[in-house]
Structures are given as structure tokens and as C-alpha cells.
Design a protein around this ligand. Structure first.
Ligand code: SF4
Length: 342
């Protein structure tokens, strides 16, 4: 199935086709191959320029592995990834080391934990200037000018330049990590749970900062999170991942109003509400997500699905278009009539 981006006619920036990322597992006295962890299992999607695409799922569903593969930090086992640079598709899956280095300024990543993603022995100046010194021949004064400029864009000041990461709060550290990612003016920014390690009070500030920066730098985001509230605030489209597979893909608004997959339905009904009168029934899923080394036959969600029927245990459902821009992998998607939350 051809999986398109948000708007027909919009310029595509990224296209992922049948991507698989498997990790071999060795064991026993002779360290023989015992099997594979299927972290990402046959995922396809595309992203338009200027879009925010959210990738949602439980811990261990493969969303961070997918992001690291797009950031060229991991190599795909199978499948294709095309990055469109000045309208030319670049096959990221088959780049050699030097070609990877030359395309890296265009695709940057912000990691989840700003406490471990910044080198504690480097000052802010070195952390932010390092990519610029590696990828350009600018004189030192010009580099400093650019570093100060980006620092101010993320809400910090020149006086912070010569401090170490431990002298900052969590929110400020994440601002430094964002500045480091933006210093090379990338086209695509990959955000790996950028607020989950932060206090609730600063999460909203960082999300708003990201939205402002997206406008001023004409960025495209792929945002990985397990927080449905964050994805609703930020993303135009969502991919719901489970056990390395895409179960549902569609516009954020449509998914929140009318989910088609029982797993999406359960995720939406797990969002807590503050007011007693607004409380909705929480859907508790039995069991645990499957072992990625030994996924269940048929639909990967069937051991926990309250709507499973016989076919679900035998045949894995394909991702099918059920409505315009809504794709779902469920044998019963059309008949279930699941309730949204807005
Ligand atoms: Fe549930 Fe079957 Fe749909 Fe899987 S295919 S989500 S088991 S109803």
C-alpha cells in the first residue's frame, strides 16, 4: 500500500518503505544465534515538509529505534528510507560513512534525557559550537556569533556560554540540546520524548519553544512520545506503534474523535482527567506487550485485545485505508465503532 503524507501536493521530505530493524541475539556456550529482536517490523510512512508527525506507543514498542534509524545512528536490516533534499531523493539506507557525515547536518536529533545527552565535561560553548566547527570552515568569531544567536533563540543568554551542563536546570539543559541540534539549520528534527524527563511545569515551555522554532526555522518534526496529551498538542498526524508494527496512522484530530484500532482506543481512554465530572471509563488491557523476540502469531495485539475473533490469532491484518488518510491494521476495524474522546 502507498502511504502518503498529510497533504496531497505538499513536498515530501521523508519516505520510509517496509523498514525492518532487527537485532540478533546470541546465547549458549558457543554464542550461537538464538533469534532476532524485531524492534521495527515492516513500517512504511512518509512525512511532508513542515509537518509534525507523532509516533506513539508503549515503552519497548520500537519507536525510539525507528527514530535512531532515521537519524542514521542505526542501520536498517531491510527496507528503504529516502530523504528529499532540494527535491532529490537521497537513499539513506544505502549511504556509506562519508555520505552519512555529509547528510547529517540536515537531520538532527534531540534525545529524551538532557542529563545524559550533554557531555558534563564540556562547556555550553563547546557543546553548541562543536557541530559547526566540524561541518563548516567559518572563522571563530563568526562561530561565536552564530552560537550566541541560537542560544538566544532557545531562551538562554550569552552569559551562559561558559557554564557546564550541571549548572543548569533540566529545562535549560533541554534548551541547550535543542540549540545544539539547530546550530546547523537542519531540515528535519527528530524529537525522542523531548519532555518526558522534565518537570511538568517546564514541559509546556519546551513544547511551546519547539513550536516557535519550527515556524522560525521552517522545520519538520518527527516526535516520539508515549504521552497522548503531548502528541495531541504538537502533531498533525500520528502513527500508533505496537510490537514494532504500525497499527494505526491518521490525522490527530480524526484519531482522537474516532479511533479504529482497539489499542488506540485503549491508549486514548488512559489519558487522565482532572475533573471528577469529566471522568471517563479507563480501559485496562490485560497482560504485557509481547516479547519482540517471539511475537504472537496473527495480529500482534490479539493476546490483549477484548475484541479478538478466531482469524486474529492466525492471520496478521494488513495496514488498510479505512477512510481518507486513515490507515488501520485490524480485521474488525469497520465493525467495532469505537468511541473517541473529543
Ligand atoms: Fe483485536 Fe483482532 Fe483487531 Fe487484532 S485484528 S486488534 S485481535 S480485533
Amino acid at each position: 500500500m502507498k502511504i502518503t503524507g498529510l497533504n496531497a501536493g505538499c513536498m515530501k521530505i521523508l519516505e520510509v518503505k517496509n523498514l525492518k530493524v532487527y537485532f540478533p541475539v546470541y546465547g549458549g556456550f558457543l554464542r550461537r544465534l538464538k533469534g532476532y529482536i524485531r524492534a521495527v517490523d515492516n513500517i512504511s510512512f512518509s512525512v511532508d515538509e513542515g509537518e509534525v508527525l507523532g509516533i506513539v506507543g508503549e515503552s519497548g514498542c520500537g519507536k525510539s529505534t525507528l527514530l535512531k534509524t532515521l537519524a542514521l545512528l542505526l542501520s536498517p536490516t531491510e527496507g528503504e528510507i529516502f530523504f528529499y533534499f532540494e527535491e532529490n531523493p537521497i537513499a539513506l539506507h544505502s549511504l556509506d560513512k562519508s555520505a552519512r557525515i555529509s547528510i547529517r547536518p540536515q537531520i538532527q536529533i534531540v534525545f529524551q534525557d538532557p542529563f545524559s545527552s550533554l557531555n558534563p565535561r564540556m562547556r555550553v560553548w563547546n557543546i553548541i559550537a562543536e557541530p559547526l566547527l566540524l561541518h563548516s570552515n567559518l572563522p571563530k568569531e563568526k562561530v561565536k556569533e552564530k552560537v550566541v544567536e541560537i542560544l538566544e533563540k532557545v531562551g538562554l543568554k550569552e552569559e551562559h556560554l561558559y557554564r557546564y551542563p550541571h549548572q543548569f536546570s533540566g529545562g535549560q539543559r533541554q534548551r541547550i540540546a535543542i540549540a545544539r541540534a539547530l546550530i546547523l539549520h537542519p531540515k528535519l528534527l527528530l524529537l525522542d520524548e523531548p519532555t518526558s524527563a522534565l518537570d511538568v511545569s517546564v514541559q509546556a515551555q519546551i513544547l511551546n519553544l519547539l513550536l516557535e522554532l519550527k515556524k522560525s526555522f521552517h522545520l519538520t518534526y518527527i516526535l516520539v512520545t508515549h504521552n497522548m496529551g503531548v502528541v495531541r498538542y504538537m502533531a498533525e498526524r500520528i502513527i500508533i506503534m505496537y510490537a514494532g508494527k504500525c497499527l494505526e496512522l491518521g490525522k490527530t484530530e480524526d484519531i482522537f474523535k474516532k479511533p479504529f484500532h482497539p489499542y488506540t482506543h485503549a491508549l486514548l481512554h488512559s489519558i487522565p482527567r482532572l475533573r471528577k465530572e469529566n471522568k471517563r471509563k479507563v480501559i485496562l488491557l490485560p497482560g504485557e506487550p509481547p516479547n519482540p523476540m517471539n511475537p504472537p502469531s496473527g495480529c500482534p495485539f490479539h493476546p490483549r485485545c477484548p475484541y479478538k475473533i478466531e482469524i486474529c490469532e492466525k492471520i496478521s491484518p494488513d495496514l488498510q485505508e479505512i477512510e481518507k488518510s486513515s490507515l488501520v491494521a485490524c480485521h474488525r476495524a469497520e465493525e467495532l465503532n469505537l468511541e473517541g474522546i473529543f
